[in-house]
Design a binder for this molecule. Structure first.
Ligand code: GLA
Length: 366
């Protein structure tokens, strides 16, 4: 009996020690496994859009291991950070800034002026009437100065103006309330005020559908005009909300080459690759939309597109100073609700279990 209990005790000790060694081995391997940022150390920082909510989940660990730059997905947008004329809400943006600082990561600011997610109050006076150009510009100045000064020396690059160019062939500037009230002047003013508030911050113009020839020409024309006027614009952000079927390698190369000619820095600011064919407009459900599984075919097409994208990014490394993914893993993406509400998409490099997908390996093996 005594002998038996000795044997059991010894077996127990051996089992515990072995599993400790195995656990230590596993966690060391996890910590030491290189992340995206390490594979791209000699190329450009690799960033990701985050919310305070995800930074309180296990996704935070993945962010720290894989990325060296973060962008607040919503926390710095005007509607969130400046919800009332005398009211600033710093909580979420501050907490993301603290996360970045704690983990030695870069922080991109997104975004100072945009037609979406702008607070209603900014366009209205006390009687609910639309404000004049002077009032709106004054409010924009106050907003930009306050926000940029708060994150001076912390945010290294700002998306100053977002999506001010129209997608319509017959229209140059987007016909937003900003444009209706101020004309195009608000754009250059935004850059000037941001520069005055933090002369060291890099200032970007950011837009989507940049692979479309007509839209691209307009973006380039506007940037050239800002540059010729001496407006402090330092870079162009290509959102890169792409899909398995576009851009083609040739289209992407032409896009990068055209923007590189501007003499500005380029950043890929909101990369994702939808596993569905690209559609630009929101729509209701249609036949076939319930086929939402991440099939081997989708996986293969996506892997090839990600490989093409990063081949091009590496080719343009001399002008490309950052690549940021729009969301962390396939657990959540804004594409789960766009263009079809409730249709699950899988546009990122990590799956719902936070494991690297095959596309990850296509991006890091070069
Ligand atoms: C645009 C904006 C982003 C984000 C996406 C959708 O690209 O720049 O901030 O809102 O749309 O998630």
């Amino acid at each position: 009996m005594k002998y038996l209990s000795h044997v059991i005790a010894i077996l127990l000790v051996v089992t515990i020690s072995l599993s400790c060694v195995a656990y230590r081995g596993r966690s060391a391997a996890l910590q030491e496994a290189p992340g995206l940022k390490d594979y791209y150390r000699d190329y450009f920082p690799i960033g990701v859009a985050v919310s305070t909510r995800t930074l309180h989940t296990e996704e935070a660990g993945l962010v720290i291991r894989q990325f060296n730059s973060v962008t607040p997905e919503n926390a710095m947008k005007m509607g969130v950070i400046h919800p009332g004329e005398q009211q600033y809400n710093w909580r979420e943006a501050d907490s993301i800034a603290a996360f970045a600082r704690r983990n030695g990561m870069k922080l991109r600011g997104h975004t100072l002026v945009w037609h979406n997610q702008a607070p209603g109050w900014i366009f209205k006076d006390a009687n609910g009437q639309q404000v004049s150009k002077d009032v709106l510009l004054q409010r924009l100045k106050e907003h930009i100065t306050t926000v940029v000064k708060r994150y001076k020396g912390i945010v290294y690059a700002w998306d100053v103006a977002n999506e001010v160019i129209s997608d319509r062939k017959d229209e140059f500037y987007r016909n937003s309330l900003w444009y209706q009230i101020c004309g195009d002047e608000y754009i250059e003013k935004a850059f000037q005020w941001a520069h005055e508030a933090d002369p060291d911050a890099l200032l970007f113009y950011n837009d989507y559908n940049e692979i479309n020839t007509v839209k691209r020409e307009k973006i380039i024309r506007m940037l050239n005009s800002l540059i010729s006027k001496g407006v402090p614009v330092h870079g162009v952000g290509l959102q890169a909300h792409w899909a398995v079927n576009e851009p083609s390698a040739a289209q992407l190369d032409k896009t990068m080459a055209d923007f590189a000619k501007l003499g500005l820095k380029i950043q890929i600011t909101e990369l994702d690759v939808s596993v569905y064919r690209k559609e630009h407009e929101m729509r209701g459900w249609a036949t076939g939309d319930s086929a939402m599984a991440f099939t081997a075919e989708k996986e293969q097409l996506q892997l090839e597109q990600f490989r093409r994208c990063f081949e091009s990014f590496r080719k343009y490394r001399s002008v490309l100073t950052g690549v940021t993914f729009w969301n962390i893993s396939d657990r959540y993406s804004w594409l789960d609700n766009f263009p079809v509400r409730g249709r699950k998409d899988y546009p990122l490099l990590f799956d719902k279990a936070l494991q690297p997908k095959k596309a990850f390996w296509a991006v890091v093996k070069f």
